[in-house]
Design a protein around this ligand. Structure first.
Ligand code: 3H9
Length: 641
């Protein structure tokens, strides 16, 4: 039974039990309607507590049902029926109270929550707006601006914030069920969210938040639809606003953006559905990190923030102190962002060392030193000499040949690639690069680490750049071709931003610095295929010391930090065109993106054909989570992209 009724005195306890996240699947909706009928009829029942079994309250409607016609009873009707009940309903909230889950809770007359509960309406992230009254009830419980942020921003709030804003009536310090029962016993008449007036008007601040959210949406329709829905909820009678909400919800549900986002939702959760990830894994509690630079400190922080113990090894005391300072700054910024409450227990699990011997008891060591194969091989040799034979040794390289690095070990089967993205404590993606001899339990260990760190682990084969950087180099190459063929850096960057990327490829290079890629190109010059088209404009910029923002000049000139098109760069491009005997042509933004995406898709096809990626879905997950491709396209290699 997905919905059961028990009782304590005159309080009925309605429990939803629909693992894994108690989604409001059809059986749950039927069960709730049935429970409502029974409790209304039963004269021994004076009040009702709605609760959930397992690790969470209802985390939303069942997304798996969204590709078929909705089957009655519909969730908005269930919520409305509970709200109309003659007996008080108290929602007992724990875990994730999201989407249809929060809508159900708002249909109840009182809400008590565990302090750790998170409450939100994340429908926009699935290309939707709330479809069971959420946009209409929330602005009647919390200030309009808060409702707007929750509905159009999609980010959940803490139970404490919910209490402050009026969404929650009380926090349960220990026994949620008993607290809810006490509440139900004390409850008099039902108190209906929909009967309340909205909490305030649409003022200037509301308009400001709406404008900020719309600007951030970069083409995602659900965000603008969500803003409009909240505006309607404030301006219109509730019945009208509810009807409009439902129409918008159903329209969006069938939209290409929502379909693409749903596909991505399930793709992100399927990346480690691989037999190699399912077997027994080795322990990962004690981690070593080699190198305290930006990447090393970020990786160490990612591990510490998820409860692991970390020793960071640097070559001398001074570098160790600098690495520790970087790590402390990251942990402190996480406290400021509310990720952790107290930095002390986190930092207590951290130490630095200057001798590899300090890693003798580590379960897993991740090197994050300079991106040079000889340096990395040397680190691996030193680790081999001191680590336990069962310890996993990982490299954070983003493109070097891990088979060569693994071959320095007596037992290469314990080597693996863990390619974190910067900032490593924030970015969700972890490319797990598998050298030829890696053992299955080492793969399973990497998968366990990804989950423990709250990251999306994606399996990749070994090649230059694995999945993401390899595809990105094809993308950058095409952008260079476009310059030589007639486009300007500004046109290319503008086209990319219009497509939904946070930054264009040239402004991105200026931000990151052009020198590292230049050094790499020089190293590879001898082995480059002489028949392949090569555009040397970037090399010429570097030869002039134009390394990007850090030198005040790169693809753009910088005026007070703002990029302006550079005459010098235009000259270099013009010369490059004439020496390649190219007559420049005009490009529209669509032409530019079509060419860039075609190049990217062709490289993605090669990555798939060579078995570097397991599936097109995995590639999309990488491009969206590691490289800023707009989520609502589902990723650049879906047909909707
Ligand atoms: C909505 O509510 C619309 C309404 O307004 C109106 C309706 C009329 N449905 O993420 P995890 C599965 S829209 C179906 O790995 P975690 C997931 O696929 C919805 N399945 O766990 C996975 O399955 P598997 C609004 C779902 O602990 C398993 O549960 N709600 C759903 O890292 C575990 O998931 C949302 O957008 C679902 N709604 O995170 C919330 N949710 O084991 C979406 C999860 O087979 N969910 N599954 O791979 C989440 O954000 C996270 O799952 C959550 C737990 C934070 C809850």
């Amino acid at each position: 039974m997905t919905v059961t009724i028990t009782s304590q005195g005159d309080v009925a306890i309605v429990t939803i039990d629909n693992p894994p996240v108690n989604a409001t699947s059809q059986a749950v909706r039927v069960g709730l309607m049935d429970a409502l009928t029974k409790t209304e009829r039963d004269s021994a029942v004076r009040a009702v507590v709605l609760t959930c079994a397992g690790r969470t309250f209802v985390a939303g409607a069942d997304v798996k049902e969204f590709d078929t016609e909705p089957v009655p009873p519909h969730l908005p009707d269930v919520v409305a029926a509970i709200e109309a009940a003659t007996k008080p309903w108290v929602a007992a909230l724990h875990g994730h109270v999201l989407g249809g889950g929060l809508e159900l809770a708002m249909g109840c007359h009182w809400r008590v929550a565990m302090p750790q509960a998170r409450l939100g309406l994340p429908e926009v992230t699935l290309g939707l707006i709330p479809g069971a009254g959420g946009t209409v009830r929330l602005p009647r419980l919390v200030p309009p601006q808060t409702a707007l942020k929750m509905i159009a921003g999609g980010k959940p709030i803490t139970a404490e914030a919910g209490l402050k804003f009026g969404l929650i009536d009380a926090l349960a310090e220990d026994d949620l069920r008993q607290t809810a029962i006490q509440f139900a016993k004390a409850a008099q008449e039902p108190r209906r969210s929909l009967s309340k007036p909205v909490t305030g008007a649409r003022d200037e601040n509301f308009a400001k938040v709406a404008a900020q959210l719309a600007a951030k949406a970069r083409g995602q329709q659900s965000v603008t639809a969500a803003i409009a829905a909240v505006e309607r909820a404030i301006d219109m009678a509730p019945e009208q606003a509810l009807a409009a909400e439902r129409t918008t919800f159903l329209g969006l549900k069938a939209s290409p953006q929502a379909k693409a986002l749903r596909r991505l939702f399930f793709a992100e959760r399927a990346t480690l559905n691989d037999p190699r990830c399912k077997g027994p894994a080795r322990p990962i509690d004690r981690v070593g990190v080699i190198g305290g630079g930006t990447m090393g400190a970020g990786i160490a922080a990612a591990c510490l923030l998820r409860g692991l113990t970390v020793t960071m090894v640097e070559r001398n005391a001074e570098s160790a102190a600098a690495g520790a300072a970087r790590l402390h700054a990251v942990v402190e910024s996480s406290a400021k962002r509310g990720i952790i409450v107290d930095t002390r227990p986190v930092l207590d699990r951290f130490e630095t060392a200057t001798d590899y011997a300090a890693l003798a008891d580590r379960d897993l060591v991740i090197e994050a030193v300079f991106e040079d194969i000889d340096v990395k091989c040397d680190v691996f040799r030193q680790l081999d000499a001191v680590l336990r034979p069962d310890a996993v040794i990982a490299t954070n390289t983003s493109y070097l040949d891990i088979n060569t690095i693994a071959a320095t070990l007596r037992d290469p089967s314990r080597a693996i690639g863990l390619h974190f993205f910067s900032p490593a404590h924030i970015m969700k993606l972890l490319e797990i690069a598998l050298p030829d001899q890696v053992s299955d339990d080492v793969v399973a260990t990497a998968a366990k680490l990804a989950k423990r760190l709250g990251k999306i682990g994606v399996l990749a084969g070994i090649c230059d750049g694995f999945i993401g950087n390899r595809i990105m180099s094809a993308y950058r190459r095409e952008a260079d071709y476009l310059l030589e063929d007639g486009a300007s850096p500004t046109q290319v960057d503008d086209a990319m931003r219009a497509y939904g990327l946070p930054m264009g490829v040239f402004e991105m290079q200026d931000l990151a610095g052009l020198d590292i890629a230049w050094a790499m190109r020089k190293r590879r010059a001898a082995t480059r295929d002489p028949t392949e088209r090569y555009v040397d404009i970037a090399d010429q910029l570097c030869a002039l010391g134009r390394f990007g923002q850090k030198t005040g000049k790169g693809w753009y000139d910088y005026d007070n930090g703002m990029p302006v098109p550079s005459k010098k760069v235009d000259e270099i491009i013009a010369k490059a065109r004439s020496s390649a005997k190219i007559t420049p042509r005009r490009f529209t933004a669509d032409d530019i993106m079509e060419r860039i995406l075609a190049a990217l898709r062709s490289e993605a096809a090669a990555v798939l054909a060579e078995g570097i990626a397991r599936s097109a879905d995995d590639i999309n997950v990488v491009m969206v989570n590691g490289y800023g491709f707009p989520r609502w396209t589902g990723g650049p290699i879906t047909s909707s992209g």
